[in-house]
Every structure is written in structure tokens, then in C-alpha cells.
Design a protein around this ligand. Structure first.
Ligand SMILES: [Zn+2]
Length: 313
């Protein structure tokens, strides 16, 4: 009998990446297509199906896991995703299941990342942890007793939209001061212009659209004092938020994933130091901060496919 494989599909605003991997996270096939090329999700599913069929591995698939923005685990639908051209409620899991005739689960991308860390990554030894993905926005997945928390409607654990600064930066959700407007790659870039007026240091950072969060972290490492101030400002807001989030679920660890977290060890260490300083006494010295071990692998495919091993097989 051939090894059973999971099909992991990560639907992104720009690209959809998908691949086949085994229970140990060995990827047997992977590719990507442009999400924007498909105005109809059924056409995208047909393309995924034909590319998987070409591999000759279709019959080895035990199940399908999908990570998608605004993905709802309970209903298998993508609900009003702002970054996709597919509007309204898309019953994507049901459509994949019908086309492939395989059991299919769907959740949002940060939840998939959390399960990916639990099955293949740096959280295999953890029972209670919180995944924090630092990308364009801030995504999160809350795991308690090795189970991801979905809540009443399937959208539990949206820590990126907890408001940390009263009347702070405008957020894409329509409110102000959400954590993700500060602790994300776009948040770091927004900090350049916001903090520049108070900046007393000569800086190599330019205030233009081409400057990325990575540029800020690279400049900070090279000794740029203003860039370092932005890194500290970001770490301060995130570290304080993690201290508060600890009160919700008492996690053993926060796992950070994404470009900001993986720019060297320093950011994670700074976040942990701020978190420790602001922690409620009962949690002191009990919570660690880890950096994802999947960032140099195909984390998106692993996260999506991990749903299969976690819940279906
Ligand atoms: Zn928000």
C-alpha cells in the first residue's frame, strides 16, 4: 500500500499554493497558481485537481486541508474575505470534497499555521499555546488542551483585532487601534512616518512606498538608531499584548511566525522581555516565546495539510 498523503491548499490573496505531504511533513509535490486568474472558485479547483492528477498520486490522498482568509471551520466556507475577488460566502470545502471525493476541512490561515506547528513544527510538545502570525496583518490561533478554539461561530481568537491603543491607527476592520495596525509588516512601515517627527537621529530609512518592514529590521541590525527605535516600539506593543493575552488561556508558549519574527533572534527576545516585565504575577516565568521552525519550509502547505492528520485521519 502506498503512503497516505494529505493535500494542503493555502488560498492567498495573490497566490494559491498547494501540495501533497505525508504524516511526517515530507512534501512530495508542490506548486502554486495565481488566485487572481480565477474569477470563479470552481475553475481554480479544476486546475488544482488536474495538476494533482498529473502526479499520479490522486488515489493516495487521505483528505484535504485548506487554509484561507476568513475561512470558517464549522461551515467550510470563506466568508466575505476582503483580499479575495470572490465575494460573499463561498462553500469552498464542499466544492473541493465534491470534485476530489475526499473528506475536506477548511479554516483560516493562522489557525492552519497553529495546527501545522502542533503536528510538524515547534509546538509538538505543547498542550496550550497561541500562534501569532506576523504578515500583512496579525493572525492568531489559540490552542487549549491540544485543541484549536473555534468558538460559537468559528471565528474565535482574532487577537489581531484586539484594540491596544485607544483611538489609535485606523484598521482595515473599520475600527481604531487594533494590534495588527502596529504589530505586522504594514504596521512597522506605518511607524516610520508616524515616529519620524519625533526622531532625533539621522537615519538611512526613507519615507517612501518602497521601504519595507525588512528594511527597518536590516537597518536596525546595522546600528541605525531610528530603525532600532521602531523595532523597540513594535516589540513593546506586541510584548504588552502577549502579557494580556496570557490572562485568557494561560498558554505555555506564544509561537511567532512571519517576516518580522524571523529577522534574527533579537525581536523575539525583545518581545519576551517586555511580556515578562508586564506579566501578571501568577504567570511570571511560566510563558515562553518561540519562533516557528517551519518558516524555511513550505509552512502554508504544511499548515493546511496538518488539518487532515489532526482531525480526519
Ligand atoms: Zn481591526
Amino acid at each position: 500500500m502506498k503512503t497516505q498523503l494529505a493535500l494542503g491548499v493555502d488560498i492567498g490573496g495573490t497566490n494559491t499554493v498547494f501540495g501533497l505531504c505525508d504524516r511526517d511533513g515530507n512534501i512530495k509535490f508542490e506548486t502554486s497558481i495565481s488566485t487572481n486568474d480565477y474569477t470563479n472558485p470552481a475553475d481554480l479547483i479544476s486546475t488544482v485537481h488536474s495538476k494533482i492528477k498529473e502526479t499520479g498520486l490522486l488515489e493516495t490522498i487521505a483528505g484535504i486541508g485548506i487554509g484561507a482568509p476568513n475561512g470558517n471551520y464549522y461551515t467550510g466556507t470563506i466568508d466575505f474575505a476582503p483580499n479575495l475577488s470572490w465575494k460573499g460566502i463561498i462553500p469552498l470545502a464542499g466544492m473541493f470534497k465534491a470534485k476530489f471525493e475526499k473528506p475536506t476541512l477548511l479554516t483560516n490561515d493562522a489557525n492552519a499555521a497553529a495546527i501545522g506547528e502542533m503536528i510538524y513544527g515547534c509546538a509538538t510538545d505543547l498542550t496550550h499555546f497561541v500562534m501569532i502570525t506576523l504578515g500583512t496583518g496579525l493572525g492568531s490561533g489559540v490552542v487549549i488542551n491540544k485543541k484549536l478554539i473555534y468558538g460559537d461561530d468559528g471565528f474565535a481568537g482574532e487577537y489581531g483585532h484586539i484594540r491596544v491603543i485607544p483611538n489609535g491607527r485606523e484598521c482595515g476592520c473599520g475600527r481604531k487601534g487594533c494590534l495588527e495596525t502596529y504589530a505586522s509588516s504594514t504596521g512597522v512601515v506605518r511607524s516610520i512616518s508616524e515616529l519620524a517627527s519625533e526622531n532625533k537621529f539621522h537615519s538611512i530609512l526613507k519615507q517612501d512606498d518602497a521601504t519595507s518592514a525588512r528594511d527597518v529590521f536590516v537597518a536596525a541590525e546595522q546600528g541605525d538608531l531610528f530603525a532600532n527605535e521602531i523595532v523597540n516600539y513594535t516589540a513593546n506593543i506586541l510584548g504588552n499584548a502577549l502579557a494580556d493575552f496570557t490572562c485568557f488561556s494561560s498558554p505555555q508558549s506564544f509561537v511567532l511566525f512571519g517576516g518580522i519574527a524571523q529577522n534574527g533572534d533579537q525581536f523575539g527576545e525583545k518581545v519576551k522581555a517586555i511580556m515578562d516585565t508586564n506579566m501578571l504575577k501568577v504567570y511570571e516565568n511560566k510563558v515562553d516565546v518561540r519562533i516557528s521552525s517551519l518558516h524555511d519550509k513550505n509552512a502554508a502547505i504544511l499548515g493546511a495539510s496538518s488539518l487532515v492528520w489532526n482531525d480526519l485521519v
